[in-house]
Write a protein that binds this ligand. Structure first.
Ligand SMILES: [Cu+2]
Ligand SMILES: [Zn+2]
Length: 175
């Protein structure tokens, strides 16, 4: 009987210890890298990769987008990580958790998703900068959108950047 009680006590202790750990992992995942693979939309040839990395001064954004025509292309994080629509509209509007106006990446008040423009040369755009507005935890599962036109960084609600020609979903990446 004493052995049985000890066994039960052990099971209860193990159970009590294991449960909060599982919840902790689900509620506060620890990661500092995220990635989005960009796929073509609206019949474009746009493909690419966007990396996000937590640093001490903000989130380092590194992107390479290929298959572009023209030079400047609006580049944003949109509300939904849903690229199912052929025209990319399923990704919703700009990700804007703080209900700000649309602006450029340097602005004090802006949509969190306002990454400005990428600039293409011979079809390829490279971007690398540290963004001090993005919160890595909040952008997981949301969409990255490349536009056909330039974001003027002031027109509301989204910079008049034209059709969506690339879309990707931001996911957690192994550190
Ligand atoms: Cu956009
Ligand atoms: Zn915006």
């Amino acid at each position: 009987m004493k052995k049985l009680i000890t066994l039960f006590t052990a099971i209860i202790i193990i159970g009590a210890c294991a449960q909060p750990n599982v919840e902790e992992i689900i509620e506060s995942p620890e990661f500092d890298h995220a990635v989005a693979v960009v796929h073509p939309k609206n019949g474009s040839d746009v493909t690419g990769m966007v990396h996000f990395e937590k640093t001490e001064s903000g989130v380092l954004v590194k992107a390479e987008i290929n298959g572009l025509t023209g030079t400047k292309h609006g580049f944003h994080i949109h509300q939904f990580g849903d690229c199912t629509a052929d025209d990319g509209t399923s990704a919703g509007g700009h990700f804007n958790p703080n209900e700000n106006m649309h602006a450029g990446p340097e602005a004090m008040d802006r949509h969190m998703g306002d990454l400005g423009n990428i600039t293409a040369e011979n079809g390829t755009a490279l971007l690398e900068y540290v963004d001090d507005t993005i919160n890595l935890e909040q952008i997981i599962g949301r969409g990255v959108i490349v536009h056909g036109g330039e974001d003027d960084l002031e027109s509301q609600p989204s910079g008049a950047a034209g059709p969506r020609i690339g879309c990707g979903v931001i996911g957690i990446q192994e550190n």
